[in-house]
Design a binder for this molecule. Structure first.
Ligand code: ZN
Ligand code: ZN
Ligand code: ZN
Ligand code: ZN
Ligand code: ZN
Ligand code: ZN
Length: 316
């Protein structure tokens, strides 16, 4: 058979052979330039677009081939993003050096707070809790030396805050996003509808109660997910399809501005989580945490509001 070359499916340019480009197992070919453009978009939407997929059939592209085409400055980052999708989030976590793209896959119960970067060009040692670099340890070749041990020990007071800091982060997370009940991917409602489809695992779920289609069907008498969005005005197990609808029964919500409602919704979720946090820790403990997590200071004067605000989502 005569070799007629191969066309790039994106720019329609004709190429003599597949070298310099990338193709999936079905021979959908994408040239080097087009891949370069795609890569940029990929890093901007890393949560959904990495690992790279075939432009035509969405098949996952061979990682080694992708890395060969990738700009050398992006290789480390690409590997890191891939690792995040390759681990089992129930038992593993990706622990990244704060100063470079070096990472290690840790057991989820590994709570070490001192991280030793093994990347030759970096080799920094840092404390995950106070986010500070350990100066002596980072420049020392001898990790067992007394000076290094002393510096590591000086961060043991940070370790005392490990659980508290993790609890604080958990309390802050509902402020911006909600997680897909299927795969845990965090997302924020963009369109005006509260019925969500996860871009990663295709789970259908409800943004308001956070339940998946399967959970709704298991835990209620609703025969299909569509019913979950009907009759919510009187049934507290059901949810409205738009946040603006809530204004019909509860005037605290806006009847037109969905964006303002989304903000209000997240504020309630976050305050609920924060209330839980502040019922476990004293204000004094929290002030100590603020020394280590300076961003937390912004919430010092909100404690009273958090503890007293009416956090009922919908007054029916
Ligand atoms: Zn092309
Ligand atoms: Zn393909
Ligand atoms: Zn590093
Ligand atoms: Zn520290
Ligand atoms: Zn998902
Ligand atoms: Zn719901």
């Amino acid at each position: 058979m005569e070799n007629k070359g191969i066309d790039c499916l994106i720019c329609y340019g004709e190429y003599e052979n597949k070298h310099g480009g990338i193709s999936c197992s079905q021979d959908h070919f994408c040239c080097q330039d087009c891949f370069g453009n795609m890569a940029q978009d990929m890093f901007e939407h890393s949560q959904t677009k990495i690992p790279a997929k075939c432009f035509e059939c969405q098949e996952e592209l061979n990682k080694d081939q992708v890395l060969k085409l990738m700009d050398s400055t992006k290789v480390g980052l690409y590997k890191l993003y891939c690792a995040r999708t390759e681990i089992d989030p129930k038992s593993q976590k990706v622990q990244k050096c704060p100063y470079c793209t070096y990472y290690e896959i840790w057991d989820i119960n590994n709570n070490s707070h001192i991280f030793y970067c093994q990347e030759d060009s970096c080799r920094k040692v840092c404390c995950f809790i106070c986010n500070r670099k350990l100066k002596v340890a980072s420049s020392s070749k001898d990790k067992e030396s007394i000076e290094v041990q002393e510096e590591v020990l000086s961060h043991s007071k940070c370790a005392a805050f490990l659980t508290m800091q993790a609890d604080w982060e958990t309390a802050m997370s509902p402020g911006q996003q909600r997680k897909c009940p299927g795969c845990g991917l965090g997302g924020t409602k963009d369109e005006d509808c509260t019925k969500m489809t996860c871009v990663r695992c295709s789970t259908l779920w409800c943004y308001i109660c956070g339940m998946s289609e399967a959970q709704v069907e298991r835990e209620s008498v609703d025969s299909n997910f569509g019913q979950h969005f009907l009759g919510w005005e009187t049934n507290s197990k059901r949810c409205p399809k738009k946040l603006t609808y809530i204004a019909k029964v509860d005037k605290r919500w806006d009847s037109e501005d969905e964006e303002a409602n989304t903000e209000y919704f997240h504020k309630i979720l976050q305050y609920k989580a924060m209330r839980e946090f502040f019922s476990e820790y004293t204000e004094e403990q929290f002030q100590n945490l603020c020394e280590i997590v300076p961003e937390a200071k912004d919430y010092l004067d909100k404690i009273e509001e958090v503890m007293t605000m009416d956090l009922e989502l919908i007054k029916r």
